[in-house]
Design a protein around this ligand. Structure first.
Ligand SMILES: *Cc1c(COP(=O)(O)O)cnc(C)c1O
Length: 367
C-alpha cells in the first residue's frame, strides 16, 4: 500500500523546517561519551534549577495521577500579584513557544503578515508559517540596535502581529524605552505587538524598555516572559504573558485544555519566590559579561549583551563552532545574518574561562 504523505498534508507544511535546537544533553552523551563537556549553546542557567522549585516539584509528585488545573489559576494568581495585575491579564503556556504558537493561531490567517526583527528568535516566523501568514523581516542596525523607523515602514494593512525581542536573542542588544514609545505613538492601533522579554530579568540598562504600569495600559501589546532562563527551568516548560484579558479570552479557545502540567505549575510558582537563586543567577551573568569583555583586548569583537549570552565575532562562525566542539565546548553558530559570529551562553566562572581561553587559542590558529 502507498500513502502519499507529501500530497495529503497541508501544502504550507512542506516548506517548514523544524526548529534546530542546540545539541541536547542526551545527544551529547551519545556523541562524546563521558568526556568533559561545557554546554554553552542554549542559554540555560549554569547554576541549575531553582532549589525552591525542585522542592515544590517533589511535593507535587504523589499527585501525578490527577489532571492539573487546566486554567493554572494558582500560578496565574501568583504571577498577577508579582506584576500588580489581575489574574485575567495573565496567560500561561507550555513554554513561551506554546504562547507564540497560540497567539499565531488566534490572530493569523492565510495572507496576513507579521513583522519581526532580524536576526531574532525563529519561533515568531514558525508560528506565522504554520498559519500561512507572510513574514516581513526587518534588519537590526549594523551595531544590532533596533531600527524602529524600518519596523514601522514594514507595517501595512495586512500586518496583524509585530514582534519585539528585548534583550534580543541572539544579539543580546535591547530596545530603548524611547524607541518603544516612538513606535507605539505611530503604529496603527489594530496591530497586536508581542514583546518577548525572556531575558529581561538579566538586563540592567536603565534606558532599556521594560514593563511598567504605563506599558500595561496599551490594549494591543502583550509582554512575554519565561521560566526557562533565569529561573533555570527550561526542561519544565513554563512561559507566561501579560496583556489584555479580552485577547487572552480568545487565546484560551485555542490552547490545549491542560497545556501546563501539574509539576510545572507548582515549580514555576516556587521559583518566582526564590530570591536567592534569582540574585545568584543575575550576579553570575554580570560577572560573565566582565569576563567576556576582556576578549576585546585580544582584538575580538564582543557584542555588549544584556542577556545571559553574548555574540563573539570569530571570522567563520561554523568553523569556530566545530573547532570549539572538538575541545568539548559547545556554542551556537550558523545564524542567518550572523555568519561571522558564535553565540556563547554564560557558564560558571571556570566554564567561561575555558571558553575564553579556547576562543583566544582559535584566534592564534586562524591568524
Ligand atoms: C529561550 C527563549 C524563550 C523561552 O522559550 P520557552 O519556550 O519558554 O523555553 C523565549 N524567547 C526567546 C527569545 C528565547 O530565547
Amino acid at each position: 500500500m502507498i500513502f502519499n504523505t507529501d500530497a495529503r498534508v497541508r501544502s504550507n507544511l512542506r516548506a517548514i523546517h523544524p526548529y534546530q535546537p542546540g545539541i541536547s544533553e542526551d545527544q551529547l552523551r551519545k556523541e562524546f561519551g563521558l568526556a568533559r563537556l561545557v554546554k554553552l549553546n542554549s542559554n540555560e542557567n549554569a547554576l541549575g534549577p531553582s532549589p525552591m522549585a525542585l522542592a515544590a516539584i517533589e511535593r507535587e509528585l504523589p499527585k501525578l495521577h490527577l489532571y492539573p488545573d487546566g486554567g493554572s489559576e494558582l500560578l496565574r494568581e501568583a504571577l498577577a500579584a508579582h506584576h500588580g495585575l489581575k489574574m485575567e491579564q495573565v496567560f500561561v503556556g507550555n513554554g513561551s513557544d506554546d504562547i507564540i504558537k497560540l497567539i499565531s493561531e488566534t490572530f493569523l490567517e492565510a495572507g496576513d503578515e507579521i513583522v519581526v526583527p532580524f536576526p531574532s528568535f525563529s519561533q515568531y516566523g514558525f508560528g506565522a508559517e504554520v498559519m500561512r501568514a507572510q513574514i516581513r523581516e526587518v534588519p537590526l542596525r549594523p551595531d544590532f540596535s533596533y531600527d524602529v523607523e524600518a519596523l514601522l515602514r514594514a507595517v501595512n494593512d495586512k500586518t496583524k502581529l509585530l514582534y519585539l525581542c528585548t534583550p534580543n536573542n541572539p544579539t543580546g542588544t535591547v530596545l530603548k524605552r524611547d524607541e518603544f514609545t516612538w513606535l507605539m505613538e505611530r503604529l496603527p492601533q489594530d496591530v497586536f505587538v508581542v514583546v518577548d522579554l525572556a531575558y529581561d530579568n538579566y538586563a540592567t540598562d536603565p534606558d532599556r524598555f521594560f514593563v511598567t504600569e504605563s506599558a500595561l495600559t496599551y490594549p494591543n501589546v502583550c509582554y512575554m516572559f519565561t521560566f526557562s532562563k533565569l529561573y533555570g527551568l527550561a526542561g519544565l516548560r513554563v512561559g507566561y504573558a501579560l496583556g489584555n484579558e479580552q485577547v487572552w479570552a480568545y487565546v484560551h479557545r485555542v490552547r490545549e485544555p491542560f497545556n501546563v502540567n501539574r509539576v510545572a505549575q507548582r515549580g514555576a510558582q516556587a521559583a518566582l519566590q526564590d530570591v536567592e537563586h534569582i540574585a545568584k543567577s543575575q550576579a553570575l551573568a554580570a560577572k560573565s559579561r566582565e569576563q567576556y569583555a576582556a576578549l576585546a583586548r585580544d582584538g575580538l569583537r564582543v557584542i555588549p549583551s544584556q542577556a545571559n549570552f553574548t555574540l563573539v565575532e570569530v571570522g567563520d562562525g561554523v568553523a569556530a563552532f566545530e573547532w570549539l566542539k572538538k575541545q568539548g565546548i559547545l556554542v551556537r553558530a550558523g545564524y542567518p545574518g550572523l555568519e561571522s559570529f558564535v553565540r556563547v551562553t554564560f557558564g560558571l566562572d571556570e566554564e567561561n574561562e575555558l571558553c575564553i581561553g579556547a576562543l583566544r587559542a582559535y584566534q592564534q590558529v586562524r591568524a
